[in-house]
Design a protein around this ligand. Sequence first.
Ligand code: IMP
Length: 175
Amino acid sequence: MTTEGLTTLIPAEKIAVRVAELGAEISRDLVGIVELTVVCVLKGAFIFAADLVRNLTVPCRIEFIRASSYGTHRSSSGRVMLDHHHDWHVEGKHVLLLEDILDTGLTVTRILEELRGHNPASLRVCALLDKPSARATPASAEYTGFTIPDVFVVGYGLDAAGRYRELPYVATLNA
Ligand code: IMP
């Protein structure tokens, strides 16, 4: 489907099915834990996180971390800035980091380094999208929604210069 300069890559229905599968898989893997600390990476993962946590059957606490590297450019600046509340509960907790997309891998690497510094009991990454061919550093997720080619995508939380986050589907921008 092509709408106003966008071409749908992953329709909303397909995302919903996959997010439910991820929720079931993560819940199965973590069954029996007292509490899961979900860390949502802002801004891009906010919609993914909202949908995913409603598909988890383990008790959750939800925290947020803000990461920025892109500015208004479509390629990573290579410098990742982090911002989070200092009173978050990560020490001794089972942590699930939720990312919108693994691209160069720099953001997730930087956040994992930060989280490890707070001594979590366990640390897992779940990314809605993965662009493995764009890696600048080795990085991977225990759980991945969709593997996509090295194309710039928007929608379902992902933006281009602040736009398109509200789209219920993932789309590519037409040239
Ligand atoms: P990385 O540090 O290069 O892995 O990039 C991670 C961040 O860059 C993601 O959390 C997104 O916010 C942003 N990003 C990477 N690729 C895309 C894309 O195709 N569309 C929108 N944002 C992207």
